[in-house]
Design a protein around this ligand. Structure first.
Ligand code: GDP
Ligand code: ZN
Length: 288
């Protein structure tokens, strides 16, 4: 029996990487009964083309289905399409809720003008203040590629972000052998286009990267309103100073989050997004 890691799944088969060799396996017959679904990223025991057991997971994500991730890398383009923190915050909340450490990567820095640059630097400062690592990159003029390489080194990372922001271009720059297809923006943002690329971990340096087109839209399924503020680190760390336990930081008096907001320690847009997501989750609830 050997151990390895699933790096790809395709119609009932799993490609298991064991010391750099790929073994194509099927799940054991009794997996269905034991309600075991091997995921890409799983460490498994296998023998003669069969996965015998799936080892305990550090974490798992259902959409896209991936296990044992070390970090998420949220790629946001500085321009084309123009950066807006609302979508970034949606991704951040989703990944915080999954318990996945996340870094932010601004892309296409080569095509922004001075005004846009100043605006983006302020956002970078805001998010660093919250505790996120932020790197500024360009696939075209290679800005920030070393920082990106260091970030990914030795880890299993999932690249997330709207299509067209330059995820594939960045990965191709880091490793031309990946040969990921890059699209024009108009093409990749086209509605109704169903990309059915399979979930796959691609080796990159000493780590792996999952580039998943399925990870371009997000909802807050499974997140409760009372937990939402935990997924905003700047609120999470202040919640203990609120007068009321379980403070939602919306209407309660003596709220440390609202105080920080008034004092300019928490950016207004972050708080507005919090309230917006809060209402969205309430709305989802009412529909069930
Ligand atoms: P993905 O959908 O996130 O993988 O994005 P792609 O890598 O396919 O890139 C989408 C479009 O943006 C393509 O037309 C790229 O040529 C363009 N693009 C990607 N990275 C950069 C960059 O750093 N600078 C500029 N100017 N364009 C870029
Ligand atoms: Zn509060």
């Amino acid at each position: 029996m050997a151990e390895g890691r699933i790096i790809q799944s395709l119609s009932g088969y799993y490609d298991v990487d064991s010391g750099g060799e790929i073994h194509r396996c099927r799940g054991r017959g009794n997996f269905r009964k034991r309600k075991i679904t091997p995921l890409v990223g799983d460490f498994v025991e296998f023998e003669e083309g069969y996965i015998l057991d799936v080892l305990p997971r550090k974490n798992e994500m259902l959409r896209p289905p991936l296990a044992n991730l070390d970090q998420g890398v949220l790629v946001c383009s500085a321009v084309e399409p123009e950066f807006h923190p609302l979508l970034l915050d949606r991704f951040l909340v989703r990944l915080e809720a999954e318990g996945i450490h996340t870094a932010i990567c601004f892309s296409k820095m080569d095509i922004i003008d001075d005004g846009q640059y100043a605006r983006l630097e302020q956002f970078a400062l805001d998010y660093r203040e919250i505790g996120y690592e932020v790197i500024l990159t360009s696939a075209d003029d290679k800005e920030g590629l070393n920082a990106l390489r260091d970030l990914l080194d030795g880890k299993v990372s999932v690249f997330a972000g709207q299509s067209g922001v330059g995820k594939s271009s960045l990965l191709n720059r880091l490793d031309p052998d990946l040969q990921l297809k890059t699209g024009t923006i108009s093409e990749s943002l086209g509605r109704g286009k169903h990309t059915t690329r399979r979930v796959k971990l691609m080796p990159l340096d000493s780590g792996f990267v999952a580039d998943t087109p399925g990870f371009s839209s997000i909802d807050f399924r499974g997140i409760e309103t009372e937990d939402l503020s935990f997924y905003f680190p700047e609120m999470r760390e202040r919640a203990g100073e609120c007068k009321f336990r379980g403070c939602t930081h919306i209407a309660e008096p003596k709220c440390a989050v609202k105080r920080a907001l008034e004092e300019g320690e928490i950016p207004e847009y972050r708080y507005e997004h919090y309230k917006q997501f809060f209402e969205e989750i309430q709305g989802q609830k009412r529909r069930y």
